[in-house]
Design a protein around this ligand. Structure first.
Ligand SMILES: [Zn+2]
Length: 481
């Protein structure tokens, strides 16, 4: 089993790798301009919103050469139009942009698309032969003559390609060729290989160890403040664990979701610096054996704005006063209930459904009214319009795990919905529930007020997903997982 230390060092390597990537991209930018002599080349189908300049920069070609190759004079493009990309003589087919799914590496991507690795590397200015970041958009040539492969096979320990060829009703030379093996003996046990696809087989191309039938992360690339859904399907009875190392380390909690299927929900912290972070999966067999997989996953900006400076009473910012409250809150939302209690999309907790005075994620600067302390943070929930006395509804079925007065959050309620999902309701003037109460979606749990760190009466509502406050609006629109 790999240590946490090792994952940290991977993180450091990845940052310098990013710099190399940028440097290489610049190098390519200066050399490729000279290479446009032919007007032959692969094509790209114009997508809505594309400009000629976008296309030229995406494929690293000169704008004039692009216009000349396509006989374009005014630069007008039509969605669906096929545009020749000059200067890529060794590339065929239609160029598409694909988001790298979790579980794909360059070798499995190359086997799946049947595009030579050299072409994938050239089109995408890749320098690492093995590593792809999940969530990155890659340019992939789709050759109409050579359909992608889909049948996934892997050799058992001690098995040769010949034995596999017999099982696949194929021959070793075909298997070696479509898997780009240098010789018919150049495979490793449990390496993922592809066989010629049958007609109606679904694409399941990945570079995962054999116990993982599939693994996916939605929605890639991950955005600050988003809720990530990680699904795993396994071939046999194993214990699953996982780790996302981002702004800190988050141990994933997997719960069963149908036979041999598991799901984990993980919040992405709003202040995580955009970049690539390791996501590790581990399957432990009953005999103690472990199969694991780790891949860098891209986290991108949530595009949150800055709020005006907020002036509040000094005691609501003093860490010697607020830290105990914070610790108690973290302890409350860290107890993971393995039973899923919510049933569907979350209900709106406010009577004003579409009116907000502040949204999730905005960057905030709190200043003490006596100017003694300044605190930088982000808005961790959604503030609804409407003042003192309006009713507050439970957003989903759950159990009350906190109800009481606090300094920052005022009169606050926290409901546990199971699987590490919690909702919080702050600044109430009155609360109608107690710890241990079971509540149903839509049940009135309290009234809007102006208690705690506020500048006026409002309902602040937030959602926690495995120890992280996420954009709660998404939970009002999507039925997780
Ligand atoms: Zn708020």
């Amino acid at each position: 089993m790999s240590s946490k230390l090792e994952i940290r060092s991977n993180l450091k390597i990845s940052k310098s790798f990013f710099l190399i990537l940028v440097a290489t991209a610049l190098l390519f930018a200066t050399t490729s301009v000279r290479a446009q002599e032919s007007d032959e080349g692969p094509t790209y189908i114009v997508q809505s919103g594309d400009t000629l300049w976008d296309i030229a920069s995406r494929f690293n070609v000169d704008l004039d050469a692009l216009m000349a190759a396509n006989g374009l004079e005014d630069g007008n493009l039509v969605v669906g139009q096929e545009v020749i990309i000059p200067g890529l003589e060794d590339v065929n087919g239609v160029l598409r942009t694909e988001t790298v799914p979790y579980g794909d590496n360059l070798r499995s991507l190359q086997r799946r698309t049947q595009a030579p690795q050299s072409v994938l590397r050239k089109l995408n200015r890749l320098v690492s032969p093995t590593e792809l970041y999940a969530g990155v958009g890659l340019i992939v040539p789709i050759d109409k003559e050579t359909p992608p492969l889909s049948a996934r096979i892997s050799l058992n320990a001690g098995e040769t390609l010949l034995e596999e060829a017999i099982r696949q009703n194929s021959d070793i030379w075909t298997l070696a060729e479509i898997n780009s093996l240098s010789s018919t003996s150049a495979t490793l046990p449990s390496e993922i290989l592809y066989a010629p696809a049958g007609e109606d087989e679904t694409v399941n191309a990945n570079g995962l160890p054999s116990v993982f039938l599939s693994a996916s992360v939605e929605k890639l690339p991950l955005a600050q403040g988003s809720t990530a859904t990680i699904r795993i399907s396994v071939t046999e009875d194993v214990a699953l664990s996982g780790l996302l190392v981002s702004d800190k380390e988050y141990a994933l909690n997997f719960f069963p979701d149908g036979e041999n299927n598991f799901v984990a929900l993980q919040g992405v912290h709003a202040m995580t610096e955009p970049g690539a972070y390791p996501l590790r999966l581990e399957a432990t067999f009953p005999d103690g054996r472990v199969e694991s997989y780790e891949q860098m996953v891209l986290i991108v900006s949530g595009g949150y704005p800055n709020d005006p400076i907020l002036v509040v009473p000094p005691e609501t910012l003093d860490p010697t006063i607020t830290q105990d409250e914070q610790d108690e809150l973290i302890a409350t939302i860290s107890k993971i209930n393995p039973e899923r209690l919510w049933a569907s999309v979350f209900q709106n907790p406010s009577v004003y459904e579409d009116c907000f005075t502040s949204r999730y994620g905005s960057r905030r600067e709190y200043r003490a009214s006596d100017k003694s302390i300044t605190y930088y943070g982000f808005h961790s929930g959604l503030d609804f319009c409407g003042g003192t006395g309006l009713q507050i509804d439970a957003t989903a079925n759950g159990v009350v795990v906190f109800a009481g007065d606090t300094i920052v959050r005022g009169n606050a309620t926290i409901i546990d919905h199971g699987w590490g999902i919690f909702s919080g309701y702050w600044h109430q003037s009155e609360s109608f529930v107690q710890v241990g109460d079971t509540v149903e979606a839509g049940e009135v749990i309290g009234l809007v007020g102006a208690t705690g760190r506020v500048t006026g009466a409002h309902l602040h509502w937030e959602v926690w997903v495995n120890q992280v406050q996420v954009n709660p609006m998404v939970w009002l629109e999507q039925n997780f997982p």
